[in-house]
Design a binder for this molecule. Structure first.
Ligand code: EPZ
Length: 424
């Protein structure tokens, strides 16, 4: 099994880092390409991540032509011929985000079979809001043999109120509504930048989506959508991860082309701690004297609240800041597992349901730790940068889902970190 080995203790990250296109944007954007009956769709600035390869295979499984030009970070999709309407279990089962192909296949074909996504380590990850919304649009949905089977000769526009501003449900329903009869209104919709990016592509394809980025989306159905050319938005979570890494290591790092607007809740908390965050012409610069930082309380919320995908990384920062910090995770029910692993590095923390008390500033020691999910992996590696001695992080399959060349980028900023094969 591959490991990442970090020699920590006196790392000071300095320099510039380039950020990839957003994983959580490119996956729904790929699903949207299913809707184009005419022409090709080209996605640029695509991150080279295992989840992207998986989604490409899900779409190829529909007999759609997908070409991934990794050198140019571009994917070309041609869905103009007849497509199949059953997403292949072998790939859908690998990545629960595949569920967002359900809406596009159903809207395009009138029938869709997609395997029920499992839960994952951070939570049960239900899809009730996806299914309720599609039923409101006239779909008949049954389950058989672990598959979801959805039928609707023509989806009808509907008024949908989401019980929770689910990112995936908003994406699935927005895409389904583009080819429905009439107007669909989605209230209490997710407002993440990745939702805005998806609406941008859909409108380039000929859809009529209004209100993306607000809590109310209005989609006027059209008859056909065509291919388009689209740059994937930058990954605000990768950018945020490097902001936190700089803050933890007395660093001075320019996160190139980072988008201030996409990380306002994170930047506000970093500043509250005493981290210097400045918006420069070429990106966002983060500087910190870690020893002078103050503890804070953070609560994760749907955008524009503090992103749950930055929670694990931020607790690693809390661990090196002297005093009692509090992290409240309101989005997922089991997203503190990295704290159990960090205990092996000497972190003192108490977890009570959705609240973790972090007793920071006690010093961390290097240890062998196991990552349990994507963002936990990043948090453990960042902790290794500041821990005294050597830290080994295993189960890198999680990391590779969401971070491209993470250790190379950290080496470029001055970290002593390498990736080794086998049980080194
Ligand atoms: C997306 O997942 C992201 N994944 C997640 O990023 C991110 O953490 C999450 O949004 C929240 O921002 C992708 O975009 C591929 P949700 P998604 O539906 O769409 C409940 C990462 O690390 N819910 O907004 O699955 C659900 O249980 C990953 O990059 C229902 O109850 O998130 C959860 O508690 C992790 N019923 C909450 O909503 C539903 O039908 C948020 O889920 C759907 C969701």
């Amino acid at each position: 099994m591959e490991h990442i080995i970090i020699e920590g203790g006196n790392t000071r990250l300095q320099g510039e880092v380039v950020i990839e296109g957003a994983k959580n944007a490119v996956l729904p954007l790929l699903a949207a390409t299913i809707l184009a009956k005419d022409g090709q769709t080209i996605l640029r600035n695509v991150p080279i991540l295992s989840d992207v390869f998986t989604m490409n295979n899900v779409i190829r499984g529909l007999d759609i032509d997908v070409v991934f030009d990794e050198n140019n970070k571009e994917i070309t999709v041609d869905a103009s011929n007849y497509i199949l309407d059953k997403a292949p279990y072998e790939y859908v089962s690998q990545m629960r985000a595949s569920i967002v192909v359900l809406g596009p296949i159903l809207a395009r074909c009138g029938h869709a079979t997609v395997s029920m996504p499992g839960g994952c380590s951070i939570g049960s990850r239900p899809i009730d809001l996806h299914l309720k919304g599609l039923e409101a649009m006239g779909a008949k949905i049954t389950q058989s043999g672990g598959d979801i089977i959805a039928k609707a000769s023509k989806l009808q526009g509907a008024n949908i109120y989401l019980d929770f501003p689910s990112v995936g449900a908003t994406q699935n329903l927005m895409m389904a509504a583009t080819l429905a009869e009439g107007k669909t209104v989605i209230e209490n919709a997710a407002r993440e930048p990745e939702i805005v990016d998806l609406a941008l592509l859909l409108n380039k394809m000929g859809a009529i989506v209004k209100g993306a980025g607000t809590e109310t989306l209005t989609i006027q159905g059209v008859n056909r959508l065509h291919g388009a050319d689209h740059d994937v938005v930058q990954d605000r979570i990768e950018a945020g991860t490097f902001m936190v890494a700089a803050a933890m290591t007395n660093g001075d790092v320019l996160i190139k082309d980072a988008i201030w607007e996409h990380n306002r809740p994170l930047i506000s908390k970093l500043r509250e701690m005493g981290v210097e965050v400045t918006d420069e012409a070429r990106g966002i610069r983060v500087k910190a004297d870690t020893a002078s930082l103050k503890p804070v309380t953070v609560k994760t919320l749907p955008h524009p609240g503090f992103p749950t995908d930055m929670q694990a990384q931020f607790t690693a920062l809390m661990a090196v800041v002297d005093g009692e910090s509090t992290m409240i995770e309101t989005v997922f029910e089991n997203r503190f597992q990295h704290l159990e692993e960090m205990r092996r590095m000497g972190l003192h923390s108490e977890i009570l349901r959705e609240t973790a008390m972090i007793h920071g500033g006690q010093g961390l020691q290097g240890a062998t730790v196991m990552s349990t999910d994507l963002r936990a992996s990043a948090a453990l590696i960042l902790s290794g940068l500041v821990a005294k001695g050597q830290t080994k992080v295993g189960k890198l399959t999680h990391l590779d889902r969401g971070y491209y060349q993470f250790n190379e980028k950290l080496v470029g900023l001055g970290a002593t970190i390498k990736r080794v094969k086998g049980d080194a």
